[in-house]
Design a protein around this ligand. Structure first.
Ligand code: FAD
Length: 558
């Protein structure tokens, strides 16, 4: 069997090595139009920022290694320009020649390309995007040679924020511009607000709801032009407004594409042509939460799909890919920002009913030094408690919590499963009731009507004539801020001061994060108060979302 692979990085390279491990006789030819195979795309921003100091560390494998160790015929600087499905051959263009290569089976792992809209001035050499080693070298060389003072990062997604951090680490003052009212699309606004605050603390400028319309040189600077008529003068720009599947080759060949422009594959990762498999960023994957095909360009799925493709090539279609729920994580300075499943925007769009709960438990037992709050948002079905989405923002331990939540989502589990997660506990690592258990307990309280929740965005609809906000924190805590209209009755005094609580009003209780106010709500309910609500996420959530989200000025040193 002769297998030709197009694309030699995450999906392609992993397919080649797995295939060799299960089939010693297959002839494997792998094309990549770039200079390198199997490099660490995910590490590229950290080489720019200096956390990865040696460039050679970016290369997981070399072409030589592939050839010696895996007997894979790697052809670099070789672009596949055509696929002839009928004749089962590809056309390959190199600097020297154009030639054809036949195949028995073809694997397409051409990835996704950064979106680069035709803005006026887009070809200015100071505008960069980041996909591969060449892009990385260009950015790194520019920073080393020109010592830019200021950068504008357009797009506050994972790569944009990783670049904002790494440019800052490289000594470049950075401003992030985004057309949306928040960064990090997988998050809900409520969770993104925590990231906004952190970026500003780290002196990264944040310009939200700002649309870039073009670029123009101004002296030795480059102006970023915004629809709002504002202009940002910078020394360099990193464009990271998203990627799209690199599917033109597949489309030209006649392979079926999905509605979102990715290659259509079945559960065996087989395309509309039975001799062709495809994987990675170029394919549309099934998302079991919304039961639809989506684009989820991440390294984990690409690598796992590679094993399935290789095994199906070697043994016939036996292995199925179960889909992707979009489990992702990013480091944003001191924060870990992670999500799995779907967020409220997707649930609204898909008209899937859901309940949301915010909790802010501590990373580990508070009596052991160093505990930090972790913010958790979960969305679950009001019908059966099925977990639909989870987001975690925090420091130590945030990633492991998201991973636990992700497994429950992936396995079609519920908030009851969260309660039963058996975690490893010792005070430096967790609490006897882990944050994911707590998220499950709170969700069950909501689902079973032990308490009614209200969210920060619903507070504006409260009528002061018929409702009363009660903050049950201590006066010391309240002195730093109180929701307008709230009265303060600390929980320790509430039993004695029940006569101050209006009987005929809707009561909305809050504390710092929602736990004490839940206790207070139960106390009121058991004392005969009926219309009692707990503010989900408490004052912590409220304070994060109601502040101005953008920076006052794009560059902190102005
Ligand atoms: P790629 O790895 O992009 O490989 C595609 C290859 O195909 C490219 O080398 C391309 O040159 C080649 N190619 C395309 N067309 C042709 C052709 N016609 N002929 C020959 N060669 C061709 N994901 C995570 O999960 N976590 C992260 O932290 C993370 N960080 C990232 C950071 C950056 C800066 C980038 C760019 C991506 C990051 N990703 C991350 C995404 C992850 O790298 C991709 O999801 C993954 O690489 C996809 O694998 P792939 O094989 O589909 O495509």
């Amino acid at each position: 069997m002769k297998v030709v692979i197009i694309g030699g990085v995450a999906g392609g390279a992993s397919t080649a090595t797995r295939l060799r491990r299960v089939d010693e006789t297959a002839q494997i030819v792998m094309f990549d139009r770039g200079d390198y195979v199997s490099y660490a795309n995910c590490g590229l921003p950290y080489y720019i920022g200096g956390a990865i100091s040696e460039r050679k560390k970016l290369f997981v494998q070399t072409a030589n290694n592939f050839s010696n160790q895996f007997n894979v015929d790697v052809r670099l600087n070789a672009e596949v320009t055509d696929i002839d499905l009928k004749a089962k051959k590809v056309t390959v263009r190199t600097a020297e020649k154009t030639y054809e290569e036949s195949y028995d089976k073809l694997v397409v792992s051409t990835g996704a390309e950064p979106i680069k809209p035709p803005f006026p001035g887009i070809n200015d050499p100071r505008i960069f995007s980041l996909r591969n080693v060449d892009d990385t070298d260009k950015i790194k060389d520019y920073i080393d040679a020109k010592k830019p003072k200021r950068a504008v990062v357009i797009g506050g997604g994972f790569i944009g924020l990783e670049m904002a951090e790494n440019l800052t680490e490289a000594g470049v003052e950075t401003c992030v511009v985004d057309i949306a009212d928040q960064v990090m699309v997988p998050l809900d606004f409520t969770m993104a607000a925590i990231v906004h605050r952190h970026l500003k603390q780290k002196k990264v400028g944040l310009m939200l709801q700002e649309e870039v319309t073009g670029f123009a040189p101004q002296g030795d600077k480059l102006k970023v032009l915004l629809k709002s008529q504002k202009e940002l003068a910078a020394d360099m720009v990193v464009l990271s407004i998203g990627v799209r599947p690199e599917a033109a080759l597949a489309k030209k060949a006649g392979l079926a594409l999905g509605l979102l422009g990715g290659i259509t594959v079945d559960e065996y990762m087989q395309t509309s042509d039975s001799s062709v498999y495809a994987l990675g960023d170029v394919v549309e994957v099934f998302n079991p939460v919304i039961q639809k095909h989506v684009l989820i360009p991440l390294a984990g799925p690409a690598n796992k799909q590679a094993r399935i493709v290789a095994d199906n090539l070697a043994f016939g279609n036996q292995y199925k890919y179960s889909g992707t729920i979009g489990t992702s994580v990013a480091k944003v300075f001191d924060l870990t920002v992670a999500a799995a499943g779907v967020n409220s925007k997707v649930l609204d769009r898909e008209k899937i009913p859901y309940i949301t709960s915010f909790t802010h438990p501590n990373s580990h037992a508070t009596y052991y030094p160093g505990a930090k709050p972790i913010s958790i948002a979960i969305h679950f079905s009001p019908k059966d408690g099925r977990l639909l989405g989870a987001q975690v923002v925090g420091q130590a331990g945030a990633d492991k919590r998201l991973d636990l939540l992700a497994q429950v989502i992936k396995n079609g589990g519920t908030i009851y499963d969260l309660q039963e997660i058996e975690h490893a506990y010792a005070p430096p690592y967790s609490a006897a009731k882990d944050p994911v258990n707590m998220a499950g307990f709170v969700a069950e309280n909501i689902l079973h009507g032990k308490v009614k929740v209200i969210h920060w965005w619903q507070l504006k609809d409260l009528n002061p004539e018929t409702s009363q906000l009660i903050d049950v924190r201590t006066p010391g805590e309240v002195s730093a801020g109180l929701i307008p209209g709230a009265i303060n009755i600390p929980i320790g005094e509430l039993r004695k001061r029940l006569d101050e609580v209006p009987k005929n009003k809707k009561l909305v209780l809050n504390c710092g994060v929602g736990l004490r106010s839940y206790n207070a709500a139960r106390m009121l309910i058991l004392n005969g108060f009926e219309n009692v609500y707990n503010l989900s996420g408490g004052y912590t959530t409220y304070a994060a979302v109601t502040k101005k989200q953008s920076s006052d000025k794009p560059f902190a040193s102005d």
